[in-house]
Design a protein around this ligand. Structure first.
Ligand SMILES: Cc1cc2nc3c(=O)[nH]c(=O)nc-3n(C[C@H](O)[C@H](O)[C@H](O)COP(=O)(O)OP(=O)(O)OC[C@H]3O[C@@H](n4cnc5c(N)ncnc54)[C@H](O)[C@@H]3O)c2cc1C
Ligand SMILES: NC(=O)c1ccc[n+]([C@@H]2O[C@H](COP(=O)([O-])OP(=O)(O)OC[C@H]3O[C@@H](n4cnc5c(N)ncnc54)[C@H](O)[C@@H]3O)[C@@H](O)[C@H]2O)c1
Length: 443
């Protein structure tokens, strides 16, 4: 009988925990999960699921606008109903995910966890829980600008819960959240301004495709202010004033601070146990183990160069499940991790970038999808992909801008991950017509 309350104790109940924590408990390992907020964490409650639910009508209105004349009548988005619909879909998720954990045999404990020593965690300054192994899976929280009036701004969670759409929305930051929410707010009828830190939008994506998306948003009325150097937010009667640049200013009704996300490590007691970390997250080795032998970390809170996305948290959670249940003793070996920004159209990518491919002298082919008949069915005006083949003819990278870029890239993942050559690709036939087929056809 173990001297600890749990074999494995997770701090945080997001994807980095439940995807592996539930199956781990099913193997007979005694699992505890401590969560200070909603079970499920960011992705289901205030991230992916919530966002994609309110984006769906955006995608549909765009398509309907293009088919105007064939489809009769104008479609507009009722913001309040859209938010209500999103809430209906996600409301059940914390309970469902709690049941997934408890049905597997894990205990879910509500409260804020803090290390007391390397085997003991204190919940809400009251309850002491001990464990042989502890996994830090506390994720990220919104970064807030350190400027006067910063409390007048809101974060992505506030945006997803807005009951009424403000007339004018100003977004500071042009990363994933800035661009996805600019797309949604613009399509829903708000006057949107995006304030860039530099002159770059979505700096990790292929810039010519980003430019296509930016140009389209500009045509739809979104204003982009480059190198804005935001200095101050202030309340002026019924509106908000933003001071930026060389004493310039603008007025708005609602401000979204989308300047990034930072590790959730406050009041966790890491210094007490000597776990090493910095502002980028917790340092781990190739077994996701911190410098303290029995303490591990997984998901967004880990300091690494991977995209901070759900599939990466999922993969790490599954890896730890296999490590802790002795199904593996190997270091973690990441597969190709794709990423997408859900603008309209989307930009998706996997494998090596066009820039990297060019530097290596690889073959880069361009597919003009807007002129491919299947993309013309719904009159997609912005649709192109680039495929990168190495010198042996293996597909090693892809990036696409189109309405269904995420599915096209998903379809090509096996070829990139398992290094199919052109002969192997030609053996695969897909369902026709389909986005996946169109992508394979070119691989
Ligand atoms: C607006 C938005 C949209 C996104 N859209 C996408 C998308 O479309 N696709 C995609 O792949 N990814 C998306 N992401 C990213 C995705 O949500 C994250 O990569 C994923 O949720 C990471 O999971 P995690 O388990 O590491 O962290 P989280 O899901 O953040 O879970 C961490 C949990 O730890 C809890 N916690 C923190 N500190 C403590 C403590 N001391 N004690 C107890 N509990 C604690 C928190 O309450 C939280 O529930 C989005 C993120 C945001 C913000
Ligand atoms: N589709 C998806 O997978 C998805 C969607 C949303 C969020 N996410 C995840 O959430 C994380 C956070 O997203 P995000 O958009 O907040 O972060 P991000 O890092 O993508 O973007 C932050 C933006 O803020 C800007 N910025 C930083 N400091 C600034 C300042 N002082 N003034 C003005 N601008 C400033 C940066 O230049 C950048 O454009 C991402 O890492 C991403 O992985 C993923």
């Amino acid at each position: 009988m173990s001297k600890f309350d749990y074999d494995v104790l997770y701090i945080g109940a997001g994807h980095a925990t439940f995807d592996g924590g539930a199956p781990l408990a099913e193997t007979g390992v005694k699992v505890g999960v401590i969560e200070s907020g909603l079970v499920g964490g960011t992705c289901p409650n205030r991230g992916c699921n919530a966002k994609i639910a309110i984006d769906e009508p955006v995608k549909m209105t765009r398509e309907a606008q293009r088919l105007n004349g064939i489809l009769k009548g104008d479609l507009t988005i009722d913001w309040t109903k859209n938010i209500e619909h999103k809430q209906e879909i996600i409301d059940v998720l914390p309970d469902n995910l709690t049941a997934r954990l408890t049905n597997a045999g894990a205990d879910v404990i509500h409260g804020h966890a803090q290390f007391k020593d390397e085997h003991t965690v204190i919940v809400d300054d009251k309850q002491e829980i001990t464990a042989e192994k502890i996994v830090i899976a506390t994720g990220l929280r919104p970064h807030r600008l350190d400027i006067p009036g910063t409390d007048l701004a809101h974060d992505s969670e506030d945006f997803l819960n807005l009951k009424h759409l403000p007339k004018r929305i100003t977004i500071v930051g042009s990363g994933y959240i800035g661009m996805e929410f600019a797309t949604i707010a613009n399509a829903s009828g708000a006057e949107v301004t995006v304030m860039l830190h530099t002159d770059k939008v979505l700096r990790n994506f292929y810039q010519p495709y980003v430019q296509k998306v930016v140009d389209d948003l500009k045509k739809r009325g979104v204003t982009f202010i480059e190198n804005s150097q935001v200095q101050k937010f202030a309340q002026k009667d019924n509106e908000l004033e933003i001071t930026y640049g060389d004493n310039q200013s603008l007025t708005t009704d609602w401000i979204l601070d989308a300047t990034g996300r930072i590790p959730n490590l406050d009041n966790l007691g890491l210094d007490k146990v000597g776990v090493k970390y910095d502002q980028t997250g917790v340092f781990v080795n190739e077994y996701l183990q911190t410098n303290v032998e029995n303490i591990y970390a997984a998901g967004d809170v880990v300091s690494n160069d991977l995209p901070k996305v759900t599939p990466a948290a999922y993969f790490e959670s599954k890896y730890l499940m296999k490590l802790f249940s002795k199904q593996t003793s190997e270091p973690i070996k990441y597969p190709v991790i794709p990423s997408v920004v859900f603008t309209s159209p989307r930009i998706a990518q996997a494998g090596i970038s066009v820039k990297e491919g060019q530097a290596k002298g690889y073959e880069i082919s361009t597919n003009d999808l807007a002129n491919y008949w299947y993309y013309q069915v719904d009159k997609e005006p912005i649709a192109e992909s680039k495929q990168i083949h190495d010198k042996d003819g293996h597909l090693v990278g892809v990036t696409e801008v189109s309405d269904q870029a995420q599915d096209a890239v998903n379809a090509l993942l096996p070829a990139i991950e398992f290094k199919f050559d052109r002969e192997q690709v030609s053996r695969l036939i897909g369902i026709f017509p389909s986005i996946g087929y169109a992508a394979w056809h070119r691989a």
